[in-house]
Design a binder for this molecule. Structure first.
Ligand code: SF4
Ligand code: SF4
Length: 281
């Protein structure tokens, strides 16, 4: 096993990375909880135009080798699940364009963590993506008869009723498929209703949490706070253990999709880009 030395940039903290491990302990970026630093200025054109600030990273699905990429490429995800009922399953991620696929009501519209992800490859939504996704999911089912997990969406959101409904079709016809992720779609909207039905129809295989500003008392919630928590628990719920260094990544955690945690909001400490601000002399 080759041991790789990493220089840690400012704000990064974590463990050693062992090349060749099926499970890697990655360095994880610590949340800074600085909303002002994370936010784009109110007149930034990406806000009004509902797009990423890195437009050259957006690709049509047929321009890339594959749209579903291994979680090994994402320190927050990990390559494989190591505990719980999905143990042993490889993790894949799907990345869409932030804001372009999201509701403008998202509380993180200006502070979206995508503002700091200049290397992420985003995929353009639409029929082409959907056709290629279906084919790739079938291919992954052949490769992983014991099951595989797809994280929706590393960036972006369910962009249409049709697209959200396709996940019901895929979950029905591909029993190997497991799905987890988050959505900013608001309660009562048609897309949110489709997602609620996904959770209800496939409770052991699909868990999409609803991002809300404050807990509503409903199941399947994710809350973002903009202060450093004093401990593992805050008033809103349980802080993501990867952000408090209690676990390495989603693959080693699994709380977000654990049925036992459905009623407990998962709390994320705000993160994203760190703008340099002038300090008064
Ligand atoms: S829904 Fe997610 S990806 Fe989209 S703008 Fe909000 S935080 Fe960013
Ligand atoms: S709580 Fe666990 S599964 Fe959820 S985002 Fe954090 S590390 Fe991943």
């Amino acid at each position: 096993m080759m041991r790789v030395q990493h220089q840690r940039p400012e704000g990064w903290k974590g463990g050693t990375r062992h090349e060749g491990d099926s499970l890697r302990r990655f360095a994880a970026v610590l949340p800074h909880a600085d909303r002002t630093a994370a936010a784009l200025s109110v007149d930034h054109p990406a806000l009004a135009e509902a797009r990423t600030i890195f437009p050259s990273t957006v690709h049509f699905a047929d321009e890339v080798d594959r749209v579903l990429v291994s979680g090994a490429n994402n320190p927050k995800l990990g390559a494989r699940v190591t505990k719980g009922p999905w143990r042993g399953m490889p993790i894949y991620q799907l990345t869409l364009e932030e804001r372009a696929t999201c509701p403008a009501s998202c509380a993180l519209w200006a502070t979206c963590y995508g503002n700091s992800m200049h290397l992420a490859r985003r995929h353009r939504p639409g029929r082409e993506l959907e056709q290629i996704l279906g084919a790739e999911l079938c291919g992954l089912a052949d490769r992983h008869p014991g099951g595989f997990v797809v994280r929706l969406h590393t960036l972006g959101d369910f962009y249409s009723v049709r697209y959200a409904s396709l996940w019901a079709v895929w979950l029905q016809w591909i029993p190997e498929l497991r799905v987890f992720g988050y959505t900013a779609r608001e309660d009562g909207t048609p897309i949110a209703e489709v997602i609620e039905r996904l959770n209800g129809r496939f409770p052991d295989r699909c868990l999409i949490r609803f991002s809300r500003a404050v807990p509503s008392g409903k199941a399947h919630e994710a809350i973002t706070i903009w202060h450093q928590p004093a401990g593992q628990w805050v008033d809103q719920g349980l802080v993501c253990p990867a952000q408090t260094e209690r676990t390495a990544c989603c693959g080693t955690c699994g709380l977000c999709w654990s049925p036992a945690m459905a009623a407990t909001p998962i709390v994320f400490v705000g993160h994203g880009r760190r703008t340099k601000r002038r300090v008064a002399a």
